[in-house]
Design a protein around this ligand. Structure first.
Ligand code: GLC
Length: 579
């Protein structure tokens, strides 16, 4: 998760005859064609492979009851938008009853909806109307911990002999003032809190209000598997599994190694050797997958790792763990570097698995800011969309990236809502900035709410919103719609093999997507100056061919096998056999 990898706040032809045929406009298939395609992919059990997922932070998507917080009815009201955008599934971050210390990642009841977001009936309506629109719903399952207000924990802390005592991780301290060992909470301070009622410490990898469940207790696993069955029975298409790398801790409680220096929260820098990535995690994933298979469900994992072998292990040796472990490595590149991206794609491809790419989420600075240079931000956002949405793999979008939403970090500590921002201010401003309300219109509060929004909406919402961008064929939103429609209509983009071309170019990221007898060229200028490249196409094509433009940004042209790209320009073409 966010602080683990420090990615937040980083602003940081002689033999061949080649012909060119250029179409004047980007070709986007009609929605009717898209609908037919959707119906086709829906039937298949690996629908998720060809899907685009869209992450929704429900608190910030659309408010229908006027309390300043988004709700499920709000999401329901936006199904036509999601359909017109061209996504296949939505992942809703936790909307279960919760004291909201970590905005829903502290669950006090796994089988209901928090009143802030609505009712179970609203969720049922979302699932059924989503189904009619060809949009599946996946929920966010917080497995590692519950809220300290969950009845299981209330019972657990009540006495050493309580029924649920062993459902959580309790230990004696070294003494009453010293926790059992040096493990640190990701959110600051010791990972152990002393509980006077029973004179023991309980363990929490995150906030003290998020006590860790004891996954060594089979009753915990049985209860969680039942939770998944209960939701599958209601039509949920799968889960995004929260924090799956920290389910288990070493029972020996060995101190973690400590490195020199301190982190943004003022804590020593620790390597989570004994409380992260324990092999036992995989046993749980296998068990979750067995149940998911009974319901044809998909499991997406929050799998932070910078180790490609570890990422591969999450799929399971026999493809019996996660279908979709998230590859976060793009999000650590944070610069427009074709060599760095090529390296990562090659590594993901070498696993032989189906990759899962994303540019951002609710725990990291928005991609618009991370990749933008302050001058060409919209062009760069288009470039990044054309990039990750044309790679071989499943894509997960984060709400608002399609309209160029920017981070809106709190200006003063008093305004911060995310507790890590309060604790870490000013070095760590928390995650409010990337969680601001969706920008629908130019109107007051960006059309998100009729009341005061729970987080302030930036001035950049004027112009960067669904309504005004829908009117502009040159907008970022129109570009996203065109790329998503193209991905849906072109089998080569959905399932074709990836071949890097011009692989030593420092500025232009170019590759082919090839399926059956269809080949598509993607050329992306990641630099701020015009670049003309002679593509290596002849090495991949036998016989004559010509390029047929599918989608491009203004000023991008091709001639023969050469492509000329303006700063941050995009050019996608079908490589058509024959002269
Ligand atoms: C995950 C979530 C993050 C949350 C944490 C604790 O990393 O993405 O938002 O704070 O888990 O549940």
């Amino acid at each position: 998760m966010c602080l683990r990898h420090g990615q937040r706040r980083i602003r940081e032809p002689a033999a061949l005859v080649l012909w060119l045929a250029v179409l004047l406009c980007a070709q986007a298939p009609s929605r009717a064609a898209a609908g037919e395609q959707l119906a086709g992919t829906q039937a298949s059990s690996d629908w998720w492979k060809h899907a685009v997922f869209y992450e929704i932070y429900p608190r910030s998507f659309a408010d229908t009851d006027g309390d300043g917080f988004g709700d499920l009815k709000g999401i329901l009201s936006k199904i036509p938008y999601l359909r017109s955008l061209g996504v296949d599934a939505i992942w809703i971050t936790p909307c279960f009853p919760s004291p909201q210390v970590d905005f829903g990642y502290d669950v006090s009841n796994y089988e209901d909806i928090d009143p802030v977001y609505g009712t179970l009936a609203d969720l049922d309506a979302l699932v059924s109307q989503g189904k009619q629109a060809g949009i599946r719903v996946i929920l966010d399952l917080v497995l590692n911990h519950t809220s300290d207000r969950h009845p299981w924990f209330l019972d657990s802390r009540s006495s050493r002999g309580a029924k649920h005592r062993d459902w959580y991780v309790w230990h004696d301290g070294k003494d009453t003032r010293q926790p059992p060992n040096n493990w640190l909470s990701l959110f600051g301070g010791s990972a152990w809190s002393y509980d006077a009622t029973t004179a023991q410490y309980y363990y929490h990898f995150f906030y003290p209000e998020q006590p860790d469940l004891n996954w060594r207790n089979p009753d915990v696993e049985a209860a969680m598997l039942d939770v998944t069955r209960w939701w599958y029975g209601r039509g949920i298409a799968g889960f995004r599994l929260d924090a799956v790398d920290v389910l288990f801790e070493s029972p020996e409680l060995t101190d973690n190694p400590v490195l020199p220096g301190t982190n943004k929260l003022g804590d020593p820098i620790e390597v989570d050797t004994y409380n992260r990535n324990l092999p036992e995690n995989h046993r749980v994933l296998k068990d979750l997958r067995k149940v998911a298979n009974d319901f044809g469900a998909v499991l997406v994992g929050e799998t932070w790792t910078d180790d490609i072998a570890a990422l591969k292990r999450y799929y399971g040796e026999h493809h019996d763990e996660l279908q979709m472990p998230m590859d976060f490595m793009f999000t650590t590149v944070n610069r427009l570097s074709p060599p760095a991206f090529r390296k990562q794609i090659a590594a993901a491809e070498a696993t032989g698995e189906w990759p899962v790419y994303l540019l951002g989420n609710h725990d990291m600075v928005r991609s618009y800011n991370r990749y933008g240079d302050g001058t060409h931000d919209d062009a760069i956002a288009k470039l990044m969309a054309a990039f990750y949405l044309t790679l071989r793999g499943t894509a997960i979008m984060y709400y608002g990236e399609e309209i160029g939403m920017q981070n809106n970090d709190p200006k003063v500590r008093e305004d911060v809502k995310d507790p890590i921002g309060i604790k870490g201010w000013p070095k760590e401003k928390g995650r409010d900035g990337e969680r601001t309300p969706m920008q629908w219109t130019d109107a007051l509060n960006a059309g998100f709410t009729r009341d005061t929004p729970w987080l302030p909406i930036p001035a950049s919402s004027v112009g960067h919103n669904v309504e005004s961008e829908s009117r502009d064929p040159g907008s970022l939103l129109s570009f996203y719609r065109n790329v998503l429609a193209l991905r849906r209509s072109e089998p080569a983009l959905r399932e074709g093999a990836y071949h890097a071309i011009n692989a030593s170019d420092q500025d232009v990221m170019a590759y082919l997507r090839a399926a059956h007898d269809e080949t598509i060229l993607v050329a992306l200028n990641m630099s701020d100056h015009r670049r003309r490249i002679q593509t290596d196409l002849h090495a991949h094509m036998r016989g004559p061919f010509h390029l047929l433009r599918l989608l491009s940004t203004p000023g991008a042209t091709a001639s023969g096998a050469a492509v000329s790209l303006p700063p941050f320009g995009v050019f996608l073409a079908r490589v058509q056999r024959g002269s």
